[in-house]
Design a protein around this ligand. Structure first.
Ligand code: HEM
Length: 473
């Protein structure tokens, strides 16, 4: 990289991996492991480089400091890539995730409030009952020693938790997959990924079979959610006390929508309720699946989680929210799975104006990709960075590992738009992983080498099949 003393680095000073004549690096960018390709390029070309996506030159940053600064300076200097908004809006999704500026600020407040620590504590009985359903489901497998595609059950589990928290509805997707949201929702993330990386909106002119199915699924989701909205409106009309104490996220937003100058019109109301499902489902279920991927390879870690569970709670699942905080080792296991296999390893942004940040000059409208796994795999940030060592997250056991930089992990983003669902998802995951390990031994039904990362806006494990064996107590 060429640097003139004191003058900022420009995009033209940065290296670009060799690509094709017209499409540039687009082919690599469409691959399932694009996040790892970007990580490898950071090793080869440095923490900052550019890539060519057809006619667009994008900045890729794997720098911990620059990434943190970009995340912090929102919504003023940076925004999500405008194409994300375009794709979301075309799918009828007007949500806090794709809103910007003042519009975003107004939506963010009630969304964050609905997911704060106090609220999550109140939601705990819902989480516990869904974890119990998950354990019952896994029990049914171990009787027949079945090989299980556990990701599907984790998706159903997160949908069941979120629908009850968001709408007050008990869907029990874990038991009734056919008439559930799951089949519809499973189409959304892959489509977002495909459309964001597409140079031309071909689906608008020549919709494929998948595009047509997506349209039907979006319609079906809209009908189900509109039914929920109608019911919530009736509840609010009939029970005045709900206005002071809404019993779920949808009721809280409906009350918010009645205020003067509210941003919650029909579209944003629908969008934000559905955003809870979209944002909370794949991310949490993928992370659970990646955690199991490691646990199936390290039985001694499962045993340690089990001892912790036995010392903290009596039943099959943690009985109270306060017990979750006591499951420190289980939490450390999840943190370590997130470090090595973040479901959100790259994030897409755009500069709102010409900005010089950390001595890098970024022109207005530059597309920026934050690559976050390069930093988490560096020895200077984490000793023995390639190894799965949950103990590094426990203060008492950490000293033998010299390097430990939690701020390098950006799986939940950062700054004012840090994932508002982080606490909810960590609570769900801790309760689920602890309960599973308390009851079952886990093994992989496939060589770990054959389980691949598939980036479809979030990263999920492909081919993950596991077996459960009930522990005799
Ligand atoms: C392991 C689980 C999860 C991961 C890894 C994750 C990751 C992320 C990331 C990377 C962002 C972007 C943050 C940024 O731009 O700085 C985000 C935003 C968001 N997440 Fe999560 N998330 C998870 C679970 C959840 C859950 C359970 C919910 C709610 C039920 C949720 C709701 C949201 C919302 C509403 C946003 C948009 C926030 C905004 O733009 O202001 N997430 N999440």
């Amino acid at each position: 990289m060429k640097t003139v003393q004191n003058s900022p680095i420009t995009l033209n000073d940065l290296k670009t991996p060799k690509g094709k004549f017209l499409s540039g690096n687009l082919n690599d960018f469409k691959k399932k492991n694009k996040h790892r390709i970007l990580e490898d390029w950071a090793k080869e070309y440095g923490e900052l480089y550019t890539i060519k996506l057809g006619p667009i030159k994008a900045l890729v940053s794997a720098s911990t400091d620059l990434n943190a600064a970009i995340l912090r300076q929102r919504p003023t200097k940076f925004r999500r890539l405008s194409k994300i908004d375009e794709v979301f809006v075309e799918m009828g999704l007007h949500t806090v995730f794709n809103a910007e500026g003042a519009h975003w600020r107004k939506q963010r407040k009630p969304v964050s409030e609905a997911l704060n620590v106090k609220k999550v504590k109140g939601y705990y009985p819902i989480i516990q009952s869904k974890v119990q359903n998950l354990i019952t489901k896994i029990n049914s497998y171990q009787n027949s020693e079945e090989s299980v595609e556990i990701l599907h059950d984790f998706i159903a589990f997160t949908i069941d938790v979120t629908t009850e928290i968001a709408f007050g509805y008990q869907l029990n997707t874990l038991e009734n997959k056919e008439d559930s949201f799951q089949n519809h929702l499973e189409l959304i993330f892959p489509t977002i990924n495909k459309r964001i990386t597409s140079a031309f909106p071909i689906w608008r002119y020549f919709p494929s079979k998948k595009d047509k199915s997506l349209k039907k699924s979006l319609k079906a989701i809209e009908e189900i959610v509109n039914g929920f909205i109608k019911d919530a409106k009736k509840r609010l009309e009939n029970d005045e006390s709900l206005r002071a104490n809404p019993s779920n996220f949808l009721e809280a937003l409906l009350i918010e929508s009645e205020k003067e100058n509210s941003v919650f019109d029909e579209k944003t109301l629908y969008g934000n309720v559905i955003a809870m499902l979209i944002a909370g489902e794949d991310t949490t279920s993928n992370t659970l699946a990646w955690t199991l991927f490691y646990l199936a390879q390290y039985p001694e870690i499962v045993t340690k989680i089990r001892s912790e569970a036995l010392s903290v709670y009596k039943n099959e699942t943690p009985e109270s929210y306060d017990q979750i905080a006591e499951l420190k080792y289980t939490n450390a296991v999840i943190q370590e799975a997130i470090r090595l296999k973040p479901t959100t390893p790259i994030l897409f942004f755009q500069a709102n104006e010409d900005v010089v940040l950390n001595n890098v000059s970024i022109p207005k409208n530059t597309s920026i990709i934050l690559q976050n796994t390069f930093a988490t795999m560096q020895e200077e940030n984490f000793s023995n960075a390639n190894e799965f060592i949950p103990e590094r997250w426990l203060k008492a056991e950490c000293p033998y590992l010299q390097n430990h930089t939690p701020k390098a992990v950006k799986a939940f983003g950062g700054g004012p738009r840090l994932c508002p669902g982080m606490h909810l998802s960590i609570t769900e995951m801790t309760a689920a992983i602890s309960s599973i390990c308390k009851q079952f031994d886990i093994s992989l039904d496939e060589d770990a080498k054959n389980i691949h990362e598939n980036f479809a806006f979030t990263v999920h494990p492909e081919n993950l099949k596991v077996k459960f064996k009930k522990v005799v107590s």
